[in-house]
Design a binder for this molecule. Structure first.
Ligand code: SF4
Length: 343
């Protein structure tokens, strides 16, 4: 009894069935609208009072995330438990209270911390460690936030950290919320520092980032929560102020700038979904292309030096420019070749 090859049945029909199977799984991705009775720690770092108040008074004006976004949320979330389980197996690290809800009734702030972490380090004595983190104690657990990122954003955060930067200055608005969230948990927990665990979703790389409590910044978060509470009490949304944060904000088109005029001279093509998708993909790839160029520049700084790395050889072959361009004759030209080492 021989099986049939795919070519023996109508490929298009199989493709229809495959699409239907995918659609059945896709149907599981349904965004739910939900309001909030309190200020969310994860959002409190967003520096717009209108946003904070609208999130509580008019959550129905927040567009629901589309399936692409819901799949990204799921892909990021699925890493959390396995990663925390992995960290717990490390000799000097302890994690407890995973998914612990936090509540600060007086300021009406709530949230759910990914876990609380305690640690020892082999490179310092307890006394040395306390000089850097005064509240450190071996049994003390502080808030831990797990963040799973794409390779591109992971590199961006890693670079920012290496350069001594702050996530408050990160290029994406959603990333600027990270400090607000962690600092809120530090305040609610009475911890003088907190920890991020950043994870790269493709290659599985990771790093820790310890964030001492910045009291001045913490006070701005509390003040924002108090202003929001006052506005919610009197059911009044503060007047929107146009800033860089507005571009792409959830409430930009539904409340704050509903009559946004795109001006004359547009060829209206809102039905051309394929081109819309092409543009979306173009914008998605743009930062990757930029990163490719930056990496190429870093590698080309080694021009002329043959190198052996852990996984690759880097070789340079000199060549001459064509004689008909005399001005280029004196330039050292090299062809770059990278080969992976066979393991
Ligand atoms: S559109 Fe601008 S003013 Fe309105 S909520 Fe968003 S960030 Fe605030």
């Amino acid at each position: 009894m021989g099986g049939r090859k795919r070519g023996e049945v109508v490929n298009a029909e199989l493709a229809r069935i495959e699409d239907d199977l995918k659609a059945q799984v896709d149907a599981l991705f349904v965004a739910k609208a939900y309001g909030r009775a309190r200020n969310w720690a994860g959002d409190l770092g967003f520096e717009c009072d209108s946003y904070q108040v609208l999130s509580r008074l008019h959550p129905e004006l927040k567009p629901l995330p589309d399936q692409t976004l819901l799949k990204i949320f799921r892909a990021s979330g699925t890493w959390e438990t396995p990663n925390l389980d992995l960290i717990k197996r490390a000799e000097g690290i302890f994690i407890q209270e995973q998914g612990r809800p936090f509540e600060w009734p007086e300021k009406q702030i709530s949230g759910k911390v990914d876990g609380k972490i305690g640690f020892r380090t082999k490179i310092m004595t307890d006394e040395e460690l306390k000089k850097i983190l005064p509240s450190w104690a071996e049994r003390k657990r502080v808030p831990l936030e797990h963040k799973a990122l794409s390779p591109n954003t992971f590199r961006t955060v890693k670079k920012l950290k290496a350069e001594g930067g702050s996530l408050l200055k990160a290029k994406y608005g959603w990333m600027q919320k990270y400090p607000g969230q962690l600092v809120s948990y530090e305040l609610m927990d009475g911890s003088e520092f907190g920890v991020w665990f950043f994870f790269e979703k493709v290659m599985g790389d990771y790093f820790f980032w310890i964030e001492p409590l910045d009291y001045a910044y913490g006070e701005t978060l509390i003040a924002r929560a108090e202003r929001t509470n006052d506005a919610v009490r009197v059911n009044t949304v503060p007047a929107p102020v146009l800033t860089d944060l507005c571009d792409g904000c959830d409430f930009e088109r539904t409340f704050c700038f509903t009559g946004k005029d795109f001006g004359a001279g547009y060829d209206i093509r809102v039905d051309e979904l394929e081109m819309n998708e092409t543009i979306r993909r173009f914008l998605e790839l743009k930062p990757i292309v930029k990163e490719y160029g930056e990496l190429e520049d870093e590698i080309k700084a080694l021009k002329g030096k043959n190198c052996l790395f852990a996984d690759y050889t880097l070789k340079w072959t000199p060549y001459k420019m064509p004689k008909m361009i005399p001005s280029l004759d004196k330039i050292d030209c090299f062809r770059m070749k990278i080969e992976p080492l066979k393991k």
